[in-house]
Design a protein around this ligand. Structure first.
Ligand SMILES: NC(=O)c1ccc[n+]([C@@H]2O[C@H](COP(=O)([O-])OP(=O)(O)OC[C@H]3O[C@@H](n4cnc5c(N)ncnc54)[C@H](O)[C@@H]3O)[C@@H](O)[C@H]2O)c1
Ligand SMILES: O=c1ccn([C@@H]2O[C@H](COP(=O)(O)OP(=O)(O)O[C@H]3O[C@H](CO)[C@@H](O)[C@H](O)[C@H]3O)[C@@H](O)[C@H]2O)c(=O)[nH]1
Length: 334
């Protein structure tokens, strides 16, 4: 028996694979390595370099392992990129999930935990955001994730697939052991970009917009430690296994930090100079996203272990200092 982890070589996926192994679970990773890194996955985990759209390969994996449940991370996940390439996003995220669900049904696998996002809410009407808040995505990425949630809702009605949709806010940090961390090419996430600037790999950090309706004019986000996200997947799967009840949960710390505050925290942790440049807003960015995760705490017993931003940045910095080129030795593009 094993749990299939799609996108398990990616940033959040690889931390979750590691956490599941530490909990004594058998896992199998399926990832086409468009973004992920094979070296992010321990060599004792069965690894398949396959695409969600390749149903023949998916079938062979389901056939070779007694898959009991799926944790589904594999997706494109960048807000800005989705605004200029919506077709690519629908194709990978929505159509890719349809292919996966078809194979799950063929093999009678009816439990899935999947990566949704704060981006399903769009501009929130109230802060902190609860799960029953209106969902009006401001970008195609969020739309695809909302469509995936709806697809799962209807798949439960029609086929009895039970699901937990985890709406993460901004994943950040790295495994405190320092062995795995965040490495996207190109990197677009704020904290790694700021830390790469601290390392001298970039000349400056561009701040996307300073005219938002926030305390200092820059966007506010709720940064959540990647290991806390990993543990939430474990709790969600246990809950699914025992209750067979579908649910949606926000995962965040309930505290918002502006882009400028994040940069200041990075300066404090790294004790380095970090140049910034004010630029235009990035399309698709809501001003403020802060979670209420009370439902996950009440129903899953989820309590973040690393809630403060300083610890999150310290763990990320430890990864970047010891792996300045990420997983790739000699990597020269960021
Ligand atoms: N990083 C965040 O802050 C954040 C926040 C909310 C939600 N999410 C969601 O969490 C998930 C993981 O995010 P991440 O930051 O780890 O991203 P990531 O890009 O590091 O990981 C995604 C992985 O999926 C793989 N993948 C993508 N499409 C695939 C396909 N068609 N077939 C096989 N593999 C495929 C990639 O190679 C990559 O390894 C995504 O679904 C993302 O939308 C991320
Ligand atoms: O060079 C940069 C990079 C980012 N930002 C800003 O920093 C904030 C955070 O940006 P980023 O780290 O790119 O994350 P988000 O765009 O908020 O998206 C992340 O968090 C979402 C949930 O909130 C997830 O759905 C996405 O998958 C994930 O990439 C945003 O206001 C950006 O405009 C900058 O100002 N400069």
């Amino acid at each position: 028996m094993a749990i299939l982890i799609t996108g398990g070589a990616g940033y959040i996926g690889s931390h979750t694979v590691r956490h599941f192994q530490q909990q004594g679970e058998s896992v199998v990773v399926y990832d086409h390595l468009g973004q992920g890194h094979k070296d992010a996955v321990s060599t004792d985990v069965p690894f398949y370099a396959g695409d969600l759209h390749d149903q023949a390969m998916l079938r062979s994996v389901f056939g070779a392992h007694d898959i009991t449940a799926v944790i589904h991370f594999a997706a494109h996940s960048l807000v800005g990129e989705s605004v200029t390439g919506p077709l690519r996003y629908y194709e990978n995220n929505l159509a890719g999930t349809m292919k996966l669900l078809e194979v799950m049904l063929e093999f009678d696998v009816k439990q899935i935990v999947f990566s949704s996002t704060a981006a399903v809410y769009g501009e929130p009407q109230r802060i902190p955001i609860k799960e029953d808040s209106p969902t009006n995505p401001t970008n195609p990425y969020g739309e695809t994730k909302l469509a995936m949630e709806r697809l799962l809702h209807w798949s439960e009605q029609a086929y009895g697939i039970h699901y937990v949709a985890l709406r993460y806010f901004n994943a950040a940090g790295a495994d405190p052991d320092g062995e795995i961390g965040e490495d996207h090419t190109p990197e677009s996430h704020l904290i790694p970009i700021v830390l790469q600037t601290a390392l001298g790999q970039r000349s400056h950090v561009a701040i996307f917009g300073d005219d938002y309706d926030t305390q200092d004019g820059t966007c506010v986000r709720d940064y959540i430690h990647v290991m806390d996200l990993a543990h939430a997947h474990y709790l969600a799967l246990k809950k699914l296994e025992t209750t067979a009840k579908s649910a949606v949960y926000n995962l965040g710390n309930g505290t918002g930090f502006s882009v400028k505050e994040v940069i200041d925290m990075c300066k404090q942790v790294t004790e380095r100079t970090i140049q910034v440049e004010q630029t235009a807003r990035r399309a698709g960015d809501p001003a403020v996203l802060i979670a209420s995760s009370a439902k996950a705490t009440e129903e899953l017993g989820w309590i973040p272990q690393y809630p403060d931003l300083k610890t999150i940045v310290q763990h990320a910095w430890q990864w970047h200092v010891h792996h300045p080129t990420g997983y790739q030795k000699g990597k020269d593009t960021l």
